[in-house]
Design a protein around this ligand. Structure first.
Ligand code: ADP
Length: 261
């Protein structure tokens, strides 16, 4: 619990700091983009200095995107959850996810036949998927296999380790697995820390997994990570399934089956 609390406080402090810096920085960027655009417009098309102005504007554009992400990170996200079938969310964003990865990556989606109704904000789940698929892609520069799988499980009390706080019950499981570089133990310990990245400057912000962590927490879920250097990584997102007559019946069947053992 102390570890959880330390992490939450750290996230909070960094969020506030990032938000504050991002806000001021945004004002500076407005000046750069504004005057840059004026300068660009006042230069004739054949002016040799145009290219420099365009470079400045393009860099400012990248900075603006980064600042937007920082602002979103610093802000407490207001989520609007609705009972939604997780499989429908994956189907809805599948095409876009395919477009994120290169052709030498085999992308496999395997969805459970049963509906996985969870109380979620679909837009936030899209964010999770985009972040995890991007990470999987980056871990496979020479290609490989990326799988997105959905399923469910009834979790007993003994399932929950120190980092996997959760309540006993039915969970939907969203797994994003890759056959990429994997991570050593030292890296794995730090992946949820804001700004921790092993990617080169400009490629990674180190905010992807912190965001995923925040979203999953807000949905009363939890995350597990299995990774082996040279073999690959599987990230599992567990989200509580909305209790329905069907899940209640399955629960009873599961308990009865245990009694019979
Ligand atoms: P970023 O992607 O910007 O670096 P993240 O918070 O998403 O930020 O990830 C932090 C770090 O975790 C990455 O830089 C990388 O070292 C590691 N990582 C995350 N996902 C994977 C993966 N699927 N395979 C290998 N390493 C990963």
């Amino acid at each position: 619990l102390a570890e959880e609390l330390r992490h939450a406080q750290k996230m909070e402090a960094i969020g506030t700091l990032a938000g504050g810096v991002a806000h001021d920085f945004n004002n500076i960027l407005t000046a750069i983009v504004g005057f840059g655009t004026l300068l660009q417009r006042s230069l004739k098309n054949d002016n040799p200095y145009r290219i420099y102005v365009e470079q400045i504007l393009s860099a400012a554009d990248r900075a603006t995107n980064l600042v937007k992400r920082l602002l979103a990170f610093g802000r407490k996200q207001v989520i609007s959850p609705h009972p939604t079938n997780l499989n429908d969310i994956v189907k809805g964003i599948e095409k876009l996810l395919h477009r994120l990865v290169s052709e030498d990556i085999t992308f496999v989606t395997s969805l459970s036949r049963e509906p996985l109704v969870c109380h979620v904000d679909a837009g936030q789940i899209d964010q999770i998927l985009m972040n995890l698929v991007t990470n999987a892609r980056d871990a496979m520069p020479d290609g490989g296999t990326l799988t997105v799988t959905t399923g469910s499980d009834f979790l007993e009390e003994d399932f929950f380790g120190p980092l996997e706080k959760g309540k006993t019950g039915y969970y939907a499981i969203l797994t994003i697995a890759d056959s990429g570089t994997g991570m050593d133990g030292e890296t794995q310990e730090r992946i949820f820390d804001p700004f921790f990245t092993t990617k080169e400057v400009g490629k990674g912000t180190g905010l992807g997994l912190s965001m995923v962590y925040g979203i999953v927490k807000q949905h009363d879920g939890f995350i597990t990570v299995d990774s082996e250097p040279g073999k690959g990584t599987a990230v599992r997102i567990y989200l509580p399934i909305v209790a329905t007559k069907e899940t209640a019946e399955r629960h009873e069947t599961a308990i009865a089956a245990q009694g019979n053992q």
